[in-house]
Write a protein of this length. Structure first.
Length: 255
């Protein structure tokens, strides 16, 4: 029986799920065919059509999740206003998701404040990690056991995501796939307790995931681009030099 992260979900092989995956794949192919992808790191320009396609992908992925969660009869405890999982450092962001987040938050009037918070959160994580890694060269492998330990220690700090405001996600419509797929079967107050919490990640099917990573790598600006908030901070500072993306004017209506 099909599973996601140890959770049994019988409907993953259903015709409806296959139909969702077919549409998601079409959108991913269209994104990959965007010519400006291969020159983005030089030009900092992507057409609006690319972000429209990403928005479509997110909507269809949400529908795919909703269908399968309802069909599974899993008692998911997550709900509006719940931010119990929003005090973690994340891994697994596609580089185009980092670009999209930057595009959105760079328009906020309080962007400087938010950027500084992201940088502080990134630094706090790396201080924890530095105290745990055995390799003093500064190089950390993706399979280093210090990484999950550092993530656990960081979560204990209880630092809320810099993109939260009054417990609500300011980028909810643009939140990454790793955020969309994270669910809990236990009460929110237990989400951070690994001895009690029953959390699972409903991720992208493998073939589609490979397509998205292939697209991501064409825009990858740093090995840490797959991490949040680290990737977002580095992209803002090293790639964009905190400038807005061309074609996206600073406005107050998105703040």
């Amino acid at each position: 029986m099909p599973r996601r992260d140890g959770i049994t979900i019988p409907s993953l092989d259903s015709q409806m799920s296959i139909s969702f995956i077919r549409e998601l794949t079409k959108t991913a192919v269209a994104m990959a065919r965007t010519p400006e992808v291969d020159t983005f790191l030089e030009t900092h320009v992507l057409p609006q059509e690319f972000f429209d396609l990403l928005a479509r992908f997110y909507r269809d992925f949400d529908a795919y999740l909703e269908y399968n969660l309802e069909a599974s009869d899993l008692d998911v405890m997550c709900g509006e206003g719940c931010d119990s999982c929003c005090s973690q450092t994340l891994s697994g962001l596609y580089s185009f998701e980092t670009v999209n987040l930057y595009r959105v938050i760079r328009q906020w009037e309080d962007y400087t404040v938010v950027h500084n918070r992201l940088a502080q959160d990134s630094e706090a994580f790396h201080e924890l990690l530095a105290g745990l890694v055995s390799d003093q060269s500064g190089q950390v492998r993706s399979d280093d056991p210090a990484l999950p330990e550092a993530r656990e220690e960081y979560a204990k700090l209880g630092r809320p995501c810099a993109l939260l405001q009054d417990g609500n996600c300011r980028v909810y419509e643009h939140r990454p796939i790793v955020c969309r797929g994270y669910h809990s079967l236990t009460a929110p107050k237990y989400c951070g307790d690994k001895n009690i919490a029953e959390n699972f990640l409903f991720d992208v099917p493998k073939e589609l995931d490979r397509m998205l990573w292939a697209l991501s790598e064409r825009m990858e600006f740093d090995g840490i681009a797959r991490w949040f908030p680290q990737g977002l901070v580095l992209f803002a500072y090293n790639v964009m030099e905190t400038k807005p993306l061309p074609g996206y004017e600073l406005t107050s209506k998105n703040s």
